[in-house]
Write a protein that binds this ligand. Structure first.
Ligand SMILES: O=C(O)CCC(=O)C(=O)O
Length: 403
């Protein structure tokens, strides 16, 4: 068993941060207090003792490590420069209805706000998005049923690798993790080909509908993002050949936390390998996003999706929009679930920056890379923040020459 001390988690909170080194020691104004500060996770995340559990199996039915096949996990890398409590996280909110149906001036403002959200955060919430709440609930509930199926029903997917179309496992990719994370996952490739386990029986229909609705939303956001970059609305779509986009649905299940400490890691800091990710959760917080070197707890508005910029966004925008570094933190007695829908270019698309976005005199920040190669690279290695992007980054010497 291995313990790593974790400084204070940055979050909105009703109490002064007790962490040593925290810059803000005064309580927030009443207007930004959380209304629900009584949930176990909320309270635990406020704890002074923010310690990561690593190296302990979940002892959960879907945990491929539960039989102890791994030994001697290494330390989890945890940023040490966190510790300031963000009383008001200020995560940007995009009103999709305004973006699509607003009057010209409202729309123009919404596009500017979207651009700022992508530039400053690479992360925002989208409201009035049109994906029905009962469909969201149905897809999450069906995935919950999948996690609880007997082991033998899932066995064929437990050994799957990152490029297999259906995959069930624990941690990130337990073969390379080097530490155990408090998370079970279920991934399926849903576009251009739809892959799905036979059980639960209703999964196919529910996931098909959810995949279509969230894909439409993400593709529409892609056109608005293109505009926000000062390009034609179809430019990013065309540059990434999103007509034939690739889509993955992922359900994450973080069982009630039973580690030795108050808080553990469900997923270590990472950015997503794709272009754009949509995420919602089951009412239990735990997603944290990095902003200016600090971790901010992402607490959603009712019904909102989180939208997360992925590495392909950073590449295609020539680094103008950064992919978001985020992680999942667990603690408390309630299981957490999150549902992820991610779109990317097709596996065979070579992704490169849109040339119009080359900075004056600076050229392109990234070289072209086939998305399949990028995805395989990021998914087959230990998660290490945004290090995967380096494979596509143009390295320059001090004199400015490219390597
Ligand atoms: O569960 C969450 O909130 C984060 C999930 C995530 O980052 C992922 O699936 O890549």
């Amino acid at each position: 068993m291995y313990h790593v001390a974790l400084p204070c988690h940055v979050r909105r909170t009703a109490y002064p941060c007790p962490s040593p080194g925290c810059a803000k020691q005064t309580p927030p104004p009443a207007a930004v207090l959380n209304s629900d500060n009584s949930s176990p996770l909320q309270n635990r995340l406020l704890s002074l003792s923010c310690t990561i559990m690593a190296g302990t199996s979940l002892h959960h039915p879907t945990d491929p490590c539960a039989n102890g096949e791994h030994s001697g996990p290494a330390a989890v890398a945890v940023p040490s420069d966190v510790g300031t409590c963000g009383w008001d996280a200020g995560i940007p909110v995009v009103d999709y209805d305004v973006l699509v149906n607003g009057a010209a001036d409202q729309r123009a403002q919404a596009i500017r706000d979207l651009g700022r959200a992508c530039e400053d955060w690479g992360f925002f919430m989208v409201i009035n998005h049109g994906v029905p709440e009962d469909l969201k609930e149905a897809v999450m509930e069906t995935c919950r049923e999948l996690f609880s199926l007997p082991e033998e029903e899932k066995a064929e997917y437990l050994e799957a690798g990152p490029m297999d179309p259906v995959r069930i496992g624990s941690g990130f990719y337990s073969v390379v993790d080097g530490a155990r994370y408090w998370r079970d996952y279920f991934k399926m490739f849903v576009h251009p080909e739809f892959h799905c386990p036979a059980k639960p029986a209703k999964l196919r229909d529910v996931a098909t509908e959810y995949a279509v609705k969230t894909r439409d939303l993400l593709l529409s956001l892609a056109t608005a993002i293109s505009e926000s970059l000062g390009l034609d609305r179809g430019r990013v779509y065309e540059a990434m050949d999103l007509e034939s986009c690739f889509q993955i649905l992922t359900a994450n299940h973080y069982p009630p936390y039973a580690g030795p400490d108050d808080v553990g890691l469900g997923l270590p800091p990472h950015s997503d390998h794709g272009f754009l990710t949509l995420l919602f959760q089951n009412g239990v917080d735990g997603l944290q996003v990095e902003r200016d070197g600090q971790w901010v707890l992402a607490t959603p508005l009712p019904g909102a999706f989180f939208v997360i910029a992925g590495d392909q966004m950073e590449i295609v925008s020539n680094g103008r929009y950064k992919s978001s570094l985020h992680r999942a933190v667990v603690g408390g007695e309630r299981a957490r679930m999150s549902m992820v829908s991610m779109i990317s270019p097709s596996l065979d698309t070579v992704v490169e920056p849109v040339p119009e976005l080359a900075q004056d005199g600076q050229g392109l920040e990234f070289r072209g890379i086939r998305y399949r190669d990028y995805m395989e690279h990021q998914q087959s290695n230990k998660l290490n923040g945004k290090a995967a992007l380096d494979i596509a980054r143009v390295q320059r010497t001090v004199s400015g020459a490219e390597n």
